[in-house]
Ligand binder design. Structure first.
Ligand SMILES: C[S@@+](CC[C@H](N)C(=O)[O-])C[C@H]1O[C@@H](n2cnc3c(N)ncnc32)[C@H](O)[C@@H]1O
Length: 241
């Protein structure tokens, strides 16, 4: 089955986004995410939903011993191989759900802006926990539940102005057919309780939580981004070191 990111027109629209053109520096969350990726020297890293491979390449450049970037989209993996190759990095077409997570193999698992595409978060949490070595870290950035709850993920507008961001149906987790780059995209809303308690129930200790606010210098040029959170970054650790 063709995934959305394999759709040629969507893929081309995604390629026009600033973060697709300019990489991590153009990603509003990066200034908060980067400090959570502590010493990577000699580490084994898994990048879930690696897309163009920016985070995989970053890990390799920071001295990771080996990095595996997986993504279910063939086009995204082809782009990662073209844009972000590195001797320590391997890219593979594979979904998070089909990946055969080797037990106690990775020091760090990264996942940026992917988990809101996953219905069963608990199952991914369990797989990540098992594939981490004792003391290993799971750092992810997911769309914020305030952002995902409303059915359309769109502002209520009047006279061309963004009036309100609706936080409707918050306590009804599950499928949302949203609009992204002009295409209908299926995502899954998870409440804050599910995101955080799911980690605790899987055995993780939560080390840090950040609601992404744009860097200060961007705030005046994107005032709507100051009116509601869009992303949530979490760092969780497996006991043992
Ligand atoms: C918004 S992009 C983020 C890509 C990359 N992590 C980044 O931050 O640049 C979302 C990516 O998740 C991938 N994806 C979505 N659902 C997935 C799944 N179930 N398994 C693997 N990859 C998935 C998509 O193909 C796409 O490349």
């Amino acid at each position: 089955m063709e995934t959305l990111y394999d759709n040629k027109a969507f893929f081309e629209a995604y390629a026009e986004m600033p973060r697709s053109k300019d990489g991590l520096a153009a990603a509003g969350e990066w200034y908060l995410l980067e400090p959570m990726l502590s010493d990577l020297t000699g580490k084994t890293v898994l990048d879930l939903g690696c897309g163009y491979g920016w985070h995989s390449k970053y890990a390799a450049d920071r001295g990771a011993a080996s990095v595996l970037g997986i993504d279910r989209s063939e086009r995204m993996i082809a782009e990662a191989e073209k844009r972000n190759p590195a001797a320590a990095v391997t890219y593979r077409v594979c979904s998070l759900q089909d990946f055969d997570y080797p037990p106690q193999c990775y020091d760090m698992v990264i996942s940026n802006l992917v988990l809101h595409y996953v219905q069963d978060l608990d199952s991914v949490y369990r797989s990540v926990y098992d594939t981490l070595k004792p003391g290993g870290e799971f750092v992810f950035n997911i769309e914020h539940p305030v952002f995902t709850s409303g059915v359309n993920q769109e502002w209520r507008t009047a006279d061309g102005n963004n009036l309100h961001w609706p936080v409707d149906d918050y306590f009804y987790p599950g499928e949302r057919n949203t609009n992204f780059l002009g295409y209908t995209v299926t995502k899954y809303h998870h409440t804050l309780t599910q995101i955080v308690m799911g980690l605790i129930d899987a055995g993780f200790r939560i080390e840090a939580v950040r609601e992404v606010v744009p860097p200060e210098e961007w705030q005046t040029i994107m005032p709507d981004e100051m009116r509601r959170p869009m992303m949530l970054i979490v760092k969780a650790k497996k006991a043992g070191r």
